[in-house]
Design a protein around this ligand. Structure first.
Ligand code: NAD
Length: 295
């Protein structure tokens, strides 16, 4: 009998487009009141081809939304001092509301030190310890884009979170830890799994909502998923397809999981576009704090 698709797509691309259109309307409204454009500075170091594509997409997305972007490119042998000086200038610039340092950095540069040099009110990636601390404390602030994108996607699809069993695979500061905190904030019962977790399949089979951010190609099989679960695949893995071309695949075995889950994100077209949309919306949040009168 042929396999039958049962799950619907959690369509990150179209959800991200809606978020971006709504944001453009908000930005246009503020501009009509005579304020300057929001500004996002992007710091790109080295020649990682994936990073170059991501940055190009982010710059194009800024333009569409009415956000000025300022691209600061450095060669792969840029020194720590050069990068820190550039960040200091951007911290002081009145036109720059957000500073994004594209990761990964070349190996000789201290990632944490550089990320922590970004002023917290311009930290649109939400990775500064100050902003991660606000998240931990349950306070509003600039939140990491990918986890925030996961949450907005779930919200827009009206996925009930209160009391749901949510399982997160991955415990990075970038995705796993913050998404677990955000799910908990929405009253889900959250289990975090990682590379040392035992009986992973038994844990994931109990999940109403499964968020996977492990960076392991097609790791989650259909048999790992509870029938009717909602599956969010954060993973992005590049591999060579049968055609010889590169293709992107997630951490979830989509062909299998689509037959078991009720909703599942595709890769590409799932969490990736939501990440970019959240970067823009964080830039707008930072902008509002910078330009709008308080109260
Ligand atoms: P990371 O390498 O920092 O962390 C991976 C986590 O997965 C670790 O906590 C590790 O313990 C866990 N893990 C690894 N192998 C495992 C296994 N076999 N079983 C259980 N847990 C395991 O990665 P990251 O930065 O969190 O990114 C994860 C994935 O998400 C990557 O594929 C990355 O490319 C992707 N990503 C996508 C976006 C997006 O916009 N869609 C953004 C960021 C990261």
């Amino acid at each position: 009998m042929p396999n039958q698709q049962t799950a619907q797509l959690l369509d990150g691309k179209s959800c991200a487009n809606s978020c971006r259109e709504e944001l453009k309307i908000k930005i246009d409204e503020v501009r009509k009141r005579g304020f300057r454009a929001p500004g996002l500075a992007v710091v790109l170091i080295g020649d990682n081809p994936a990073s170059q594509v991501y940055v190009k997409n982010k710059v194009a997305a800024c333009k569409k939304a009415g956000i000025e972007s300022y691209l600061h490119q450095f060669p792969k042998d840029a020194t720590e001092a050069q990068v820190l000086n550039a960040i200091e200038e951007l911290n002081d610039s009145d036109e720059v509301d957000g500073i994004l340092v594209q990761l990964p950095l070349p190996g000789h540069l201290p990632t944490d030190k550089i990320l922590h040099a970004v002023r917290p009110d311009k930290d649109v990636d939400g990775l500064h310890p100050y902003n991660l601390g606000l998240l931990m404390a349950g306070k509003p602030g600039l939140r990491p884009c990918t986890p925030q994108g996961v949450m907005v996607l779930l919200e827009r699809y009206n996925i009930p979170l209160a009391g749901a069993n949510a399982v997160v695979i991955g415990r990075s500061n970038l995705v796993g830890k913050p998404v677990a905190l955000m799910l908990q904030e929405q009253n889900a019962t959250v289990t975090m799994c990682h590379s040392k977790s035992k009986n992973l399949e038994a844990i994931t089979r109990a999940a109403d909502i499964l968020v996977v951010a492990a960076g392991r190609e097609c790791m989650v099989k259909g048999s790992w998923v509870k029938p009717g679960a909602v599956v969010v695949d954060v993973g992005i893995n590049r591999r060579v397809a049968a055609s010889g071309e590169f293709e992107l695949v997630g951490d979830v075995d989509f062909q299998e999981v689509v037959q078991v889950a009720s909703l599942v994100t595709p890769v590409p077209g799932g969490v990736g576009p939501m990440t970019v949309a959240m970067l823009l919306s964080n830039t707008f949040l930072a902008y509002q704090e910078h330009i709008l009168p308080k109260g």
